[in-house]
Design a protein around this ligand. Structure first.
Ligand SMILES: O=C(O)CCC(=O)C(=O)O
Ligand SMILES: [Fe+2]
Length: 297
């Protein structure tokens, strides 16, 4: 049972503008269980910014919610692991080794230091919390990208047009991505600007493009789960239900790479169509680089 003091502490700190992420991490550091942490947010925050979901956010027709395998785009995709909260599945055989290599080759020429969006100003800035380099591709920018996007849309049960441009990230030894939510924090001023088109993000799919020798897991600190990167696998997780309620249990990060390197590609999907027609290619550029999935720590 969580004491009233913690619930008050959450309420007060939310009111003075602290982020949910920072409060959750502090509670975990104080050995409060993830269940109690989430409950404290529900209890504390019947405030307007706190539309916290009580149930996992599985999309209604998401095939891998119960099926353990399905053939998509001619590939037999298998479920290796599932989390109920947050709603997450680890999938095998999403990309072939050749596709992973081709995606790394396409990206390696165009990498720049990664940024996150400052939640208040909405501006992009490189930050310590995200020590990686990255690039992104407008939807359908290359035949390979278009093919992967069609496959991912089928896996996620979301139209291709709801997807942001594919984001490729490269971490070297020591590179990490501290815990964050991929959704736009509803209580941050900078979010409105990013949600004007396409609405909230509803789910993420991380494609692992190589094997990492040590470290580099995708971690969910509130459920103490860690997924090891492995070439061709994908981690899907959902955090926004059809009514727009968000799942703070989707807090996640990339653990520091200890040996080797790590390449991933991330697809974020929105509530509605995002960007212009896919055939307009680069016109998506102005908005595609909105990986507001962290914050200026
Ligand atoms: O590096 C990872 O495993 C996590 C990446 C991530 O959180 C993201 O791309 O939004
Ligand atoms: Fe993320």
């Amino acid at each position: 049972m969580l004491s009233e003091e913690w619930i008050d502490w959450v309420r007060e700190n939310l009111a003075r503008g602290c982020t949910r992420e920072s409060l959750m991490l502090e509670m975990l550091r104080n050995n409060i269980s993830s269940e109690d942490t989430l409950q404290a947010f529900r209890d504390a925050a019947e405030a307007p910014h706190a539309e916290v979901t009580h149930v996992p956010c599985w999309p209604e027709r998401f095939v891998f919610r119960s099926c353990n395998q399905a053939t998509i785009d001619g590939r037999e995709i298998r479920v290796l692991a599932r989390l109920q909260r947050p709603a997450a599945v680890l999938l095998e055989n999403v990309l072939s080794a050749t596709e992973c290599e081709a995606l790394i080759a396409l990206s390696s020429q165009r990498m720049t230091p990664s940024t996150v969006v400052d939640p208040e100003s909405g501006e992009l800035a490189p930050v310590q919390a995200r020590s990686s380099e990255g690039t992104w591709f407008a939807r359908g920018a290359e035949a390979l990208i278009a093919r992967i996007e069609t496959r991912l849309a089928q896996i996620m049960d979301v139209p291709v047009a709801h997807g942001e441009g594919l984001q490729v990230l490269h971490y070297r030894v020591g590179g990490e991505y501290r815990p964050h939510h991929d959704y736009f924090p509803p209580d941050a001023r900078g979010s409105a600007r990013h949600m004007r088109e396409g609405g909230q993000r509803t789910a993420s799919l991380i494609l692992y493009l190589n094997d990492v020798e040590a470290g580099g897991e995708t971690i969910f600190p509130l459920c103490q789960a860690a997924f090891v990167p492995r070439r061709g696998r994908a981690l899907y997780f959902a955090y926004c239900d059809p009514t727009g309620r968000l799942d703070p249990a989707s807090l996640h990060g990339g653990a520091p790479v200890e040996a080797g390197e790590k390449w991933i590609a991330t697809k974020w999907v929105r509530q509605r169509a995002y960007g212009v027609r896919p055939e307009d290619g680069l016109a998506v550029a102005a908005n595609a680089r909105t990986h507001l999935d962290g914050e200026a720590a």
